[in-house]
Write a protein that binds this ligand. Structure first.
Ligand code: 3HC
Ligand code: NAI
Length: 678
C-alpha cells in the first residue's frame, strides 16, 4: 500500500505532505509515514528545515476515531510527536482547514506554527468524552499558559487563526493562497537558531502563581459540564502541567486518557459522533442526487416558531420573506427578531452592522404573491389541519414550480397536508424545535411522495444553517414527540399513584436532563391550551390554572418560585394532586426513585423500538440524535437507544414487564438475539 505521506524537497527544506482524505485523520499509516519523514530529514545533511502540511480540505483533524477501541498498532502518536519535537532542525506546521485534537497536538510538537487566516485550531477531545492523549494537555499550557489553555482543553471549541495568533498558539498568519511557499520561507528564516520546544516552555507557571485558577474555572463551567467526566479530567491534566515535570505530566495525562477511553461516557460520545453523521444520510437517496438551489426562503407565520426559523436562514446569509395574516402580527414578529439580534449584539456576539445586515435580508409581507420566487417556503401557522391545508393550497397556486413546500407541524399528517397541493413530491416536514434559532435539532419528515432531490436538498441545507438533521417517517408526533408522550403518560400516572412531582423531576435531573417534565411545564406555561373556565376542572393542569398557577411567569405553577426563579415544591399542589387521585380512586404508595426512572425511560425505549419496527426511523442511532439534540437527553449516555443497549435490552424488557407496561415484539426479539438494535 502506498503511504499517505510523501515528501518534496525545496532546496534545503523538506516538505512533508499528508494526503489521507477526507480529513487527514492520524491513522497508523499517517503516523508511520510522519515518523519516517522526520527520520529522513534528520539523516539528510542537505535538509536544514522541515515543513509539515496536508493536502485536501484540512490539516490533520485528529486521531483516527475508527481506530479507538481496537488493539493499537505502532508507532503511536506520542512517540511520533516526540521524535518530531526532538529534531534540532526547525519543524514548521503549515495549517489550513481545522487542526483539531491530535492534529493540534502535531502542531504543538512542531517548533513553529503558521496558518492561513481561515484556519481553525482546537482540542475537541472532550466532545468525544476524552482529553488530548498525545501530550496536548502538557505542551499547550507550557506554550500559552494554563489560563489560556483551560477553555481550549475543557470547552473543546475550536478558535479562529486570528485568535490563535493572539494567544501565542500560532507564530504567524500567512497568505490564504500561499501557505506552502510562505511556510517554507518562514522555516528558512529559522535555520541556525536554537529550536523552541513547547514541552520546555514556561508559560504554565501562571497556574502556580494563581493556584485558585483551576477551581474558579471549574465553577464558571459548572452548568455546562454537569455530569460529564472528561472536562474535570481535562482541568486536572492542565493543572498537572503546572505542578509536575513534563515527563510526569505526560504520564498523568496518559492515566486520565486511558481511564476515559475505557469508560462508558467516551464510548457513548463516540457513538454519538458517528450517529450524527449517519443521521444526515438517507439510505435510498443516492449521494450524487442533484440538489435544488436554495437562494431565497419564505416563512409563513411570524409567531414563536416562524420568527426563529427565519433567523436561521438570515444568519446563513439567505434572504427570507416572512408572511403574516395582519400587519400587527407581522410587526410584532419582525420586532421580536430585531430584539433577539439586539440582545445578541449587547452580549458582544454580534456587531451593530451584523444586526442591520441580518435585518436587511428580511422582507415582511402580507401578500402571498411575494413568495412566488422562493425556492423553499416553510409554513409555521397554527397547528390546525384546515388552516395548514388552506395555506398549502395557496402556496401551490403562487409559488414557482420546483420549489420546496415545507411544514413545521409538530403532530399533523404531512401526507394529508401534501394532498392540498398538485405537487406532493415537493412537500416535506421540517420540524424545528423551540427556540428555533437556538435548538440544534431538525426533524425532517419524509412524506410518502417526498422526492429524493427534496430530501437531499434539505439535509444539505440543515448543515448550512447549523442544524443536526434526522429523518422521520409520517406518524403522530414523529420520532421525538411520539416518544415524549410515553414519558409524559408515565410522569402523570406516577403522580396519581403517589410519587411526588419534584421527585419525578429530580430523577430526570439526576439522570442528566436539564429539567424534568413539571419544571418544563412551568417554564412553557401551564395555561397553554387551557379553556379558561375555572368551573370545568378535569385534569391536574386545569386545577392548577383554576388556582392561578400558570407557571413560572405567574411566580407559581407546579412549584413556587422566588425572584431568582428558584423552585420549591408547593403544599397546595400536593393537595390538588392528592384530591385528584382520591377522586379517581387511586391508592397512594411510596414510589422509589428506581421505579420512577425505569417507568419514565423504559417506555421511551420501547416506543423507539416500535418506531424502528415500523420503519419510521432509519436507524436506532437517528433516534439518539433526535433525543440528544431536541430534548436534552444526556449526551454522555449516547441517547436512549444506545443507553438501553449499555444497560442491556433484557434489563429494559424485564423492567417493563415488572411494571406491567407493554413490551414491543421488536424490542423483545432484539433483547433475545444480539442485544443490539443495529
Ligand atoms: N477520525 C475518523 N474519521 C473522521 C474523523 C476522525 N478524527 N473526523 C472526521 N471523520 C470522518 C467522518 O466520520 C465523516 O465520515 P463519513 O463521510 O463516512 O460520514 C468524514 O470524515 C467527514 O467528516 P464530517 O462530515 O464531519 O466533515 P466536515 O467537513 O463537516 O467536518 C471536521 C470536518 C471539522 C474535521 C469534523 O469531521 C470533525 O470535527 N472531526 C472530528 C475532530 C475530532 O474530534 N478530533 C479529535 C479526535 S480525538 C484525538 O485526536 C485524540 C488525540 O488527542 C490522541
Ligand atoms: P404561534 O401561534 O406562536 O404562531 C403562529 C402564527 O401564524 C401566528 O402569528 C398567526 O398569526 C400566524 N398565522 C396563522 N394562520 C396564518 C395564515 N393563514 N397565514 C399566515 N399566518 C398565519 O404558533 P407557533 O408556536 O409558532 O407554532 C406554529 C407551528 O409550529 C405549529 O404547527 C406548531 O405545532 C409548530 N411547532 C411549535 C413548536 C413550539 O414549541 N411552539 C415547536 C415545534 C413546532
Amino acid at each position: 500500500m502506498t503511504s499517505p505521506i510523501r515528501t518534496e524537497r525545496h532546496d534545503n527544506v523538506l516538505v512533508v505532505i499528508s494526503d489521507n482524505p477526507p480529513v487527514n485523520a492520524l491513522g497508523q499509516a499517517v503516523r508511520a509515514g510522519l515518523k519516517d519523514a522526520i527520520e529522513e530529514a534528520l539523516a539528510d545533511d542537505g535538509v536544514e528545515a522541515v515543513v509539515i502540511r496536508c493536502d485536501g480540505q484540512t490539516f490533520f483533524a485528529g486521531a483516527d476515531i475508527t481506530e479507538f477501541g481496537k488493539p493499537p498498532v505502532g508507532p503511536n502518536l506520542p512517540e511520533t510527536l516526540d521524535a518530531m519535537e526532538a529534531s534540532d532542525k526547525p519543524v514548521v506546521a503549515a495549517i489550513h482547514g481545522t487542526a483539531l485534537g491530535g492534529g493540534c497536538e502535531v502542531a504543538l510538537a512542531c517548533h513553529y506554527r503558521v496558518a492561513v487566516p481561515s484556519a481553525k485550531m482546537g482540542l475537541p477531545e472532550v466532545k468525544l468524552g476524552l482529553i488530548p492523549g498525545a501530550a496536548g494537555t502538557q505542551r499547550l499550557p507550557r506554550l500559552i499558559g494554563a489560563e489560556a489553555a483551560l477553555p481550549l482543553v475543557v470547552g473543546g471549541n475550536p478558535i479562529p487563526a486570528k485568535k490563535a495568533k493572539a494567544i501565542g498558539l500560532l507564530d504567524a498568519l500567512v497568505g490564504e493562497d500561499s501557505l506552502e511557499a510562505d511556510a517554507i520561507a518562514f522555516a528558512r528564516s529559522k535555520i541556525g537558531q536554537p529550536v523552541p520546544r513547547s514541552s520546555e516552555g514556561k508559560a504554565n507557571e501562571d497556574g502556580l502563581r494563581d493556584p485558585d485558577l483551576f477551581d474558579r474555572f471549574r465553577a464558571s463551567q459548572a452548568r455546562k459540564i454537569r455530569g460529564f467526566d472528561a472536562p474535570n479530567a481535562a482541568i486536572e491534566a492542565v493543572k498537572a502541567a503546572g505542578q509536575m515535570s513534563y515527563a510526569d505530566g505526560v504520564k498523568k495525562e496518559r492515566e486520565l486518557f486511558t481511564e476515559l477511553m475505557t469508560g462508558t461516557q467516551s464510548a457513548a460520545m463516540r457513538h454519538y459522533f458517528f450517529a450524527e453523521r449517519a443521521a444526515n444520510k438517507i439510505d435510498d437517496v443516492p449521494k450524487d442526487t442533484q440538489l435544488i438551489p436554495i437562494k431565497k426562503v419564505g416563512v409563513i407565520g411570524a409567531g414563536t416558531m416562524g420568527g426563529g426559523i427565519a433567523m436561521n436562514f438570515l444568519a446563513a446569509g439567505i434572504p427570507v420573506t416572512i408572511l403574516e395574516m395582519a400587519q400587527d402580527a407581522l410587526d410584532r414578529g419582525t420586532g421580536i427578531i430585531r430584539k433577539n439580534y439586539e440582545a445578541t449584539a449587547k452580549k458582544g456576539r454580534m456587531s451593530p452592522e451584523q444586526v442591520e445586515q441580518a435585518m436587511g435580508l428580511l422582507t415582511p409581507t402580507l401578500a402571498y404573491e411575494d413568495l412566488a420566487d422562493c425556492d423553499l417556503v416553510i409554513e409555521a401557522v397554527f397547528e390546525d389541519m384546515k388552516v395548514k391545508k388552506e395555506v398549502f393550497s395557496k402556496l401551490d397556486e403562487v409559488v414557482k414550480q420546483g420549489a420546496i413546500l415545507a411544514s413545521n407541524t409538530s403532530y399533523l399528517d404531512v401526507d394529508e397536508i401534501a394532498t392540498a397541493t398538485q405537487r406532493p413530491g415537493y412537500v416535506v416536514g421540517l420540524h424545528f424545535f423551540s427556540p428555533a434559532n437556538i435548538m440544534k435539532l431538525l426533524e425532517v419528515v419524509r412524506g410518502k411522495e417526498t422526492r429524493h432531490d427534496v430530501l437531499a436538498t434539505v439535509m444539505k441545507l440543515s448543515k448550512k444553517i447549523g442544524k443536526v438533521a434526522a429523518v422521520s417517517g409520517v406518524c403522530p408526533g414523529f420520532i421525538g414527540n411520539r416518544m415524549l408522550s410515553k414519558r409524559q403518560e408515565q410522569a402523570n400516572e406516577l403522580l396519581m399513584e403517589g410519587a411526588n412531582y419534584w421527585e419525578v423531576d429530580d430523577v430526570l435531573l439526576d439522570f442528566g436532563f436539564p429539567m424534568g417534565p413539571f419544571q418544563m411545564a412551568d417554564l412553557a406555561g401551564i395555561d397553554i391550551g387551557w379553556h379558561r373556565d375555572p368551573s370545568k376542572v378535569t385534569t391536574i393542569r386545569e386545577a392548577l390554572c383554576a388556582a392561578g398557577r400558570f407557571g413560572q411567569k405567574a411566580g407559581k405553577g407546579f412549584y413556587d418560585y422566588d425572584e431568582a426563579r428558584n423552585r420549591t415544591p408547593s403544599d397546595e399542589v400536593k393537595q390538588i394532586i392528592a384530591d385528584f387521585a382520591a377522586q379517581e380512586g387511586k391508592p397512594q404508595r411510596a414510589i422509589s426513585k428506581d421505579e420512577i426512572r425505569e417507568r419514565l425511560l423504559y417506555p421511551m425505549v420501547n416506543e423507539g423500538a416500535e418506531i424502528l419496527d415500523e420503519g419510521m426511523a432509519q436507524r436506532a442511532s437517528d433516534i439518539d440524535v433526535v433525543w440528544i439534540n431536541g430534548y436534552g437527553w444526556p449526551l454522555y449516555t449516547g441517547g436512549p437507544m444506545f443507553w438501553a443497549q449499555t444497560i442491556g435490552l433484557d434489563t429494559v424488557v424485564a423492567g417493563l414487564e415488572q411494571h406491567g407496561l407493554p413490551v414491543s415484539n421488536y424490542l423483545r426479539a432484539r433483547a433475545e438475539d444480539s442485544g443490539k438494535f443495529a
